[in-house]
Design a protein around this ligand. Structure first.
Ligand SMILES: *[C@@H]1O[C@H](CO)[C@@H](O)[C@H](O)[C@H]1NC(C)=O
Ligand SMILES: *[C@@H]1O[C@H](CO)[C@@H](O)[C@H](O)[C@H]1NC(C)=O
Length: 320
């Protein structure tokens, strides 16, 4: 419990004092963030490393928020999930085989509140965030070293949100041994007791329930940072639960509809996100009529472009 109730009290007070000025500004910014979920967060951000640019965010989630994410994920674990284009919900598929659970952005009120808080801390609007990926590691399970950035030209296109700039990793449990997030190409190394052998190969951060760690995949000049390659060390004792949020340089999955004289339009604001998850191929019945623009089914180069897009989306799933 701890800090959460006090924090909420502060928010309510702030809301009551500021409601007039707040509401007059809403219309200007109504497409940015979740306006109804204003809150203040007064946690601590500690700089960890410059190569990569990594920061420790202490006390980011309350106990209840950690439990809520874990509870919501449990029934979906060990199933491969993709977006269903009729409901916008994630559902089983054979395409994705990673363990864990995926939640679309704005999944429920708790996720929305957390997404808004992530937006404040990262200083990047909610629209730039992907959904949330929850992972569960036990018995030596790990995530090998990888980049979070895309290395194909399709997924880093502006209409797909562009490149991923920041990864925001939330820790929902404290593993007893191992499970560190490790950066083998960082310019620092951890040492001393308490680290697993895997963590000692580079710079590492220990998961602690309720804390978060964010790191930039891009350097300030916009280039992919080789030091941002990272992995999850084997969880040797206890359980590791993490929730990951990838944040893009442009809004993700919300390309505004551009009226087209040839009727080449998306009829739903989620079309781009669904197309990103390859729904144009998997669910053509709805997608090829309702999401023509995102599925690129109009215009002379449509067929080729669509094939290219699907390949890119699959690559993105592997990267993710
Ligand atoms: C999570 O699930 C546990 C066990 O069923 C329950 O006791 C707890 O109240 C739940 N917490 C939240 C925040 O959903
Ligand atoms: C878009 O699709 C979602 C999920 O199916 C639905 O809830 C929403 O109302 C749709 N929006 C529009 C404008 O049709």
């Amino acid at each position: 419990m701890g800090a959460a109730p006090r924090r909420l009290a502060a928010i309510v007070l702030l809301g009551a004092l500021c409601c007039c000025c707040y509401y007059t500004q809403v219309s200007r910014a109504e497409s940015v963030g979740y306006g109804e979920l204003e809150e203040e967060w007064r946690g601590e951000v500690v700089q960890l490393s410059w190569k990569p640019r990594a920061f420790h965010i202490k006390g980011f989630l309350s106990e209840e928020e950690c439990d809520h994410i874990i509870n919501t994920s449990k029934p979906q674990l060990e199933e491969s999930l993709v977006v269903n284009s009729d409901t916008g919900k994630f559902m089983k598929s054979t395409v994705r085989t990673s363990l864990g659970a995926q939640f679309g952005r704005g999944f429920d009120a708790v996720f929305r509140r957390i997404e808004k808080r992530i937006a404040s801390v990262t200083m990047i609007p909610v629209e730039h965030q992907e959904g949330t990926q929850v992972l569960h590691y036990v018995n030596g399970q790990k995530y090998d070293v990888h980049y979070d950035t895309f290395h194909d030209t399709v997924n880093s296109r502006k209409e797909n949100g562009g490149q991923r700039i920041v990864t925001f990793l939330m820790y929902l449990s404290t593993p007893e041994e191992g499970g560190e997030t490790v950066f083998p190409f960082a310019d620092l190394k951890v040492s001393g007791p308490g680290w697993s052998e895997c963590a000692l190969q580079g710079f590492a951060h220990k998961p602690k329930r309720g804390d978060a760690m964010m790191f930039y995949s891009l350097t300030p000049d916009g280039k992919v940072d080789p030091a941002s390659q990272h992995g999850s060390c084997p969880t040797l004792k206890g359980t590791k639960w993490s929730a990951t949020k990838w944040i893009h340089i442009y809004p993700f999955g919300m390309a505004p509809p551009t009226p087209d004289p040839n009727g080449c339009e998306d009829t739903n604001e989620s079309c781009a996100e669904w197309a990103f998850f390859d729904e144009c191929t998997k669910n053509p019945g709805y997608m090829l009529t309702g999401c023509k623009k995102s599925c690129k089914t109009c215009g002379p180069a449509a067929a080729g472009a669509q094939a290219e897009h699907s390949a890119g989306a699959k690559e993105a799933l592997k990267t993710a």
